[in-house]
Design a protein around this ligand. Structure first.
Ligand code: NAD
Length: 405
């Protein structure tokens, strides 16, 4: 029995593979995990209608929600056509009760779009990071915003470690020599260093930032962090962490910095010309948090003039980035599309988490506090801990300029 009668659930997911939906997978299964590192349980829906390890995050995968929703009498509309006034998303939004989107191919919920959606009561992020929703408008309209906290935090920490090593060791050009049938070792190593002994820092030591620090510890680097919440003395001691009161202090001593704070008004364009100018010449930045935490053109300038030795990450602004976005072609980068949090392993967790949230919502039961960003006209749960009020969606309409080649 549902608390709500027939609801329209509108879901934005990235397009299916250009090569067709996978007929089979490279692995038989994914590890069965029961808890996250702090003891929080994995998502607990009453059941699931999908196979973990399969592609769930694109349109045909539909997060495995279709039969669950339709057998309960709800409407489920899935689209990847999300940008511009003529998009399916914008048209279907006018009578939607619930929107599900994800950060990889975000259905931006701007103030204008929220104003066109009078029935909208719940915006679920299938993943972590709800900056694609104008949180101020959600607060003002009393829309609940929630995400699947923890679902892909470790996935991202693994990717950030990989990208930091890729930058410092200069992996990408070396791979290039191999695939071009070359063997010029002097060229291949002319920008390659060991990370051992370097000073490595994180901006934010939340779930991902702390997991990144733990994974970097065995590399025998000097670890630093800044966050608006200080870690316990035990954790600082165990990992040998140096705490910095502010980001300026952190970047001035680090060789490599990994960014792990959410995007909100306090962090938008944090890495601008001024802050990058305070870094050691030849520093590296890895940003798997959100593209707009960095000033796009300041990053390009710093790579071109050598203030930065390398930049990597998987987050861009907007998403998808226009085909002429300068991060596609700037020197010494090791960017991926926004993939770190949507491995097949992560998809199983966030699909199950979205189902848990929908079951709670439709049955009139509370959503886990950890999942909440906005509720009852204010920040709530993780939103209070990690965000500030306001809007960070400005400029997202530029995503309409992307054309699939
Ligand atoms: P979390 O809530 O556990 O941690 C966020 C941390 O940021 C908190 O400790 C908070 O105090 C800190 N913080 C907030 N504002 C700050 C500021 N101005 N200065 C310093 N610290 C600040 O979240 P998490 O699971 O670690 O995720 C962090 C972010 O990573 C998400 O909000 C999202 O933007 C991004 N993310 C990216 C992907 C991906 O696929 N690339 C996946 C998941 C999350």
């Amino acid at each position: 029995m549902s608390f709500f009668s027939a609801q329209k659930v509108l879901c934005v997911l990235y397009p299916d593979p250009l090569t067709g939906f996978p007929p089979n997978y490279s692995r038989e299964d994914i590890p069965a995990l029961t808890h996250y590192p702090d003891g929080q349980t994995m998502p607990t829906p009453s059941s699931i209608d999908f196979t973990g390890g399969h592609l769930l995050g694109s349109v045909s995968g539909g997060l495995g929600l279709e039969s669950f929703l339709t057998t309960r009498g709800h409407r489920f509309v899935v689209t990847s056509d999300k940008d511009g006034p003529d998009s399916v998303f914008e048209k279907e939004l006018t009578d939607a009760d619930v929107v599900i989107s994800q950060p990889f191919w975000p259905g931006y919920l701007t103030a204008e779009r929220i104003a066109k959606a009078p029935n909208l009561k719940l915006a679920i992020t299938a993943g972590i990071g709800s900056d694609h929703v104008d949180l101020q408008s959600a607060i003002d309209r009393d829309i609940t915003v929630c995400e699947v906290t923890w679902c892909n935090s470790i996935s991202v920490a693994e990717h950030a470690v990989m990208q930091m090593l890729a930058l410092v060791r200069d992996f990408i050009p070396q791979y290039g020599w191999v695939v071009r049938s070359g063997w010029n070792i002097a060229d291949a190593v002319s920008r390659s260093y060991d990370i051992e002994g370097m000073d490595v820092g994180v901006v934010a030591s939340g779930r991902i930032g702390l997991a990144f620090l733990k994974r970097m510890k065995p590399f025998d680097v000097n670890l630093h962090y800044t966050d608006r919440h200080r870690l316990s003395p035990e954790v600082e001691r165990e990992l040998g962490l140096t705490f910095h009161e502010n980001v300026e202090s952190l970047v001035s001593v680090c060789d490599a910095v990994s960014i792990h704070c959410p995007l909100h008004p306090e962090t938008e364009h944090m890495f601008n010309d001024d802050l990058i100018g305070k870094m050691k010449r030849g520093s590296y930045i890895v940003n798997t948090a959100r593209g707009k935490i960095c000033d796009r053109d300041a990053i390009v300038r710093a790579l071109e003039n050598g203030q930065l030795a390398g930049y990597a990450g998987d987050v861009w602004f907007p998403q998808p980035p226009p085909n002429d976005h300068p991060w596609r072609t700037m020197p010494n980068h090791a960017m991926t599309p926004h993939t770190s949090g949507t491995s097949l392993s992560a998809q199983a967790r966030y699909a199950a988490g979205v189902r848990e949230i929908l079951e709670c919502w439709l049955d009139g039961r509370p959503i886990r506090d950890e999942y909440l960003i906005v509720q009852g006209g204010g920040l709530a749960g993780t939103g209070i801990h990690s965000y500030t009020e306001g809007n960070a969606t400005g400029g997202s309409e530029e995503a309409a300029r992307f054309k699939q080649s």
